[in-house]
Design a protein around this ligand. Structure first.
Ligand code: 5GP
Length: 178
């Protein structure tokens, strides 16, 4: 298993200030798009999305509730196994509700594809997707994206490497020595 001593923070990619301004923009846009929909249920994908979701939901202005789901595919590695597993399910029923899935980062898109299949089977009124970061690899369409990033391992603002670096206030690029 890789440990943080095998890693090195290379540089800051997005500062706290850049993040705050981009999250404000996203919250404004989402609030405007959902203005006539009643209530939106924000489904945060644990653990990576917890800080983004906390900031996003506090800046939104439409009626909203929060629930969480957790999946696993990477373990302590930086390459997706492509084999997504449900680790924690939602507490509530989503039938007839407007669901917005909130992810930290979309890489290959297999996590998001898995979640969309799972949630759509439960009869929501709508399902949209929001990712704080998206790697420039293609993957499924995402309705709301904070920033596009290159194919490097990024940490901070909720994103980890082997459960480390999550609490950095900014997004940084991590070098992983193999
Ligand atoms: P996907 O299924 O789209 O390939 O991967 C999505 C998940 O992989 C994300 O929710 C995140 O947990 C993890 N992931 C992918 N790329 C990165 C990255 O650069 N940094 C971190 N910390 N997690 C990543």
């Amino acid at each position: 298993m890789k440990t943080p001593k095998d890693t090195k923070l290379l540089r800051v990619l997005f500062s706290e200030d850049q993040i705050r301004r981009r999250v404000e923009d996203l919250a404004r846009q989402i609030s405007s798009d959902y203005a006539d929909k009643g209530e939106v249920l924000l489904v945060g994908v644990l653990k990576g999305a917890f800080i983004f979701l906390a900031d996003l939901c506090r800046r939104m202005t439409v009626p909203r509730r929060v629930d969480f789901i957790a999946v696993s595919s990477y373990g302590d590695r930086t390459v997706s196994s492509g084999n997504v597993r449900l680790v924690l399910d939602l507490r509530g029923d989503i039938r007839g509700r407007h669901v917005l899935v909130v992810e930290d980062i979309v890489d290959t898109g297999s996590t998001l594809a898995y979640l969309l299949d799972l949630l759509r089977l439960r009869g929501p009124a709508s399902v949209r997707t929001c990712a704080f970061l998206r790697k420039e690899k293609g993957g499924p369409p995402v309705d709301y994206v904070g920033f596009e990033v290159a194919d490097e391992w990024v940490v901070g603002y909720g994103l980890d490497y082997a459960d480390d670096y999550r609490t950095l206030p900014h997004i940084a690029i991590l070098q992983v020595n193999r």
